[in-house]
Design a protein around this ligand. Structure first.
Ligand SMILES: [Zn+2]
Length: 270
């Protein structure tokens, strides 16, 4: 139902764009010529996931209009999402990755078009914890968004995925308590994810949120830990942020977001 409404809204935006084009006023993001390149586009908030809001906000097909690179999850919290080179993959509870159909629903995601602003080798033996310092020291500021892509081989890679849920949806921490963990040894693949500044905590995951997919595009998940064998890191500096919230009639409208979710997010995502 939300997807139908969204289509209507898109149509309205299109009509408005045409009309505003004639009268010379701006209609915002839809008309922004930079939207394809320098904007992090996010669907819903991490606090909404904490409250068990796993209904679809946008389809995979529409999400891919806003970026060719990113991460997220699927309706019902059905596994981990990776968007790489314009294709959307679902890493399910069995650990396997599947190409996802355009009609599938998305309750939460972050995507952008990836243009590298920085490229650097990562030393052999570097762990996820160590990489966090490296990025903090190497990049110009901790106060903007970064899209992070790391290609290479990893002596160790640990990921997780979660099982799709039925309504009434349990909160995120209850689902991740039953997460399944996958260990890979000497695996070749790509890390896909984002660094979000501390001040967006609750909207996004503050700090690092990384997913992984193998070179064969057949497995991966939400990253818990890794050790680099040899890898190259590419960073896209991202100064713009666009947030799409669930529409009218959604549970999002009636949820009390006053609790402090920071500890729960730490537990669920890190
Ligand atoms: Zn994740």
């Amino acid at each position: 139902m939300f997807i139908k409404n969204l289509r209507k809204l898109s149509l309205l935006i299109l009509v408005f764009s045409l009309v505003s084009g004639l009268f010379g006023c701006s209609s915002g993001y839809a008309d922004n010529p930079n939207k394809d390149r320098e904007t992090l586009f996010q669907v819903s908030t991490i606090n909404a996931l904490m409250e068990g809001l796993y209904d679809s906000v946008i389809t995979v097909g529409d999400l891919l209009e806003y970026g060719d690179f990113g991460i997220g999850t699927f309706e019902g919290l059905d596994g981990e999402m990776v968007v790489l080179n314009g294709k959307c993959y679902q890493i399910k509870y069995d650990g396997a990755a599947y190409l996802k159909e355009d009609s599938a629903g998305v309750p939460f995601a972050d995507v952008t078009y990836f243009d590298k602003d920085y490229e650097g080798e990562i030393a052999s033996g570097t762990t996820f914890e160590q990489l966090k310092t490296l990025v903090g020291e190497t990049l110009p500021t901790e106060n903007i968004f970064y899209a992070i892509k790391i290609e290479g081989t990893f002596t160790f890679m640990q990921t997780r995925s979660v099982a799709g849920q039925e309504k009434p949806y349990p909160p995120l921490t209850a689902v991740t308590a039953d997460q399944v963990v996958f260990d890979f040894n000497n695996v070749k693949g790509t890390i896909i994810g984002f660094y979000c500044p501390e001040y967006v905590a609750g909207v996004g995951v503050a700090g690092y949120h990384l997913h992984f997919i193998t070179d064969e595009l057949d497995a991966g998940g939400h990253i818990l830990n890794f050790t680099v064998d040899e890898a190259i890191m590419y960073i896209d500096y991202t100064n713009e942020f666009y947030l799409m919230l669930p529409g009218e009639g959604s549970d999002f409208y009636n949820t009390d977001f006053s609790p402090d979710y920071s500890e729960g997010i730490e537990e669920a995502e890190k």
